[in-house]
Design a protein around this ligand. Structure first.
Ligand SMILES: [Zn+2]
Length: 293
């Protein structure tokens, strides 16, 4: 399966799905505190979101396991649910997945900071990522995506932990902000520094997701492309969020997103999807535009 994914990657630009959280909120579930519990409580609802993304043209969907790190689960009193919420997340996506398409097991941040800023040791953090990765791999994902990483140290702990979890294709995606001095993580790390450290740790593919809108991601893609020969995934947000009366909305239209995405492809992205605010409508427009170019 991993070989099939890499082969597909050579043939065409691989389309990833759009946001999961945005879809859950649009579905009337409000600001659910722990979306991962929906894998147990409303599996059909989660499966429907995956199906919509596949129908819209996604080659890959990402499991609803963003919050499935044991440290994060423990903070919500869900320590004992590690295996069931992660395994169910994979099962739901696999049931929705047609032949020839793929399921990426999602690994998000652990919600804790390393010592001395926080109270977690590197070994504890790495172990937590290992435990989640292990469940996702055993449940049968085609690849793992470590994403929305604001800290290179944490991303490296995730890559090292996941590597220990089993033999699997590994994609590591960082979140950058744009400043007048260039792109940085919130911890102050540059793209080149992240790319080389993640490659050295054993990431097979690299990426950038969240925070930035599609326009800003064009320059970021050029910079990341210049740093690595590995396949790269770019997942912009649908513009900037605006919150009114407690409801967050993203401002960009699918047509604007797609116009930028063509430039992101030209700048060297091998895989493209959407982050916060994107919906199946965005992925459908993206898929149509990419297959025309
Ligand atoms: Zn996002």
């Amino acid at each position: 399966m991993q070989k099939a994914f890499l082969r597909k990657n050579e043939e065409k630009t691989i389309i990833f799905d759009g946001a999961m959280g945005t879809m859950l909120m649009n579905g009337g579930l409000g600001s659910i505190k722990t979306p991962i519990l929906l894998n147990i409580e409303k599996p059909a609802f989660v499966m429907d979101i995956h199906k919509h993304y596949f129908a819209a043209g996604a080659d890959v969907v990402i499991t609803n396991t963003f919050g499935g790190n044991p440290l994060k689960l423990a903070a919500e009193g869900l320590d004992k649910q590690l295996e069931v919420v992660n395994r169910k997340g994979v099962n739901i996506a696999k049931k929705a997945c047609p032949d020839g398409k793929f399921v990426a097991g999602d690994i998000g941040p652990c919600g804790k900071m390393l010592k001395p800023l926080g109270d977690i040791s590197l070994e504890e953090m790495q172990e937590a990522f290992y435990l989640q990765a292990n469940v996702l791999i055993e449940a049968g994902v085609d690849l793992l995506i470590i994403e929305t990483m604001y800290s290179l140290e944490e991303a490296l702990a995730a890559v090292n932990g996941a590597r220990k979890g089993g033999d699997i294709l590994l994609l590591a995606s960082m979140t950058f902000t744009k400043t007048k001095y260039g792109f940085f993580t919130v911890m102050g790390q540059r793209i080149a520094q992240c790319a080389s450290a993640l490659e050295d740790a054993g990431a097979d593919m690299l990426g950038a997701n969240c925070t930035l809108s599609s326009g800003d991601m064009i320059d970021l893609t050029k910079e990341l492309r210049a740093c690595t020969k590995k396949p790269i995934l770019i997942q912009p947000n649908a513009g900037k969020p605006i919150t009114r009366k407690g409801v967050t909305k993203y401002q960009q239209a699918a047509s604007d997103f797609v116009r930028d995405v063509i430039k992101i492809k030209e700048a060297g992205a091998d895989m493209i999807g959407g982050c916060c605010g994107t919906t199946p409508e965005f992925i459908q427009a993206l898929s149509a535009a990419i297959s025309d170019t």
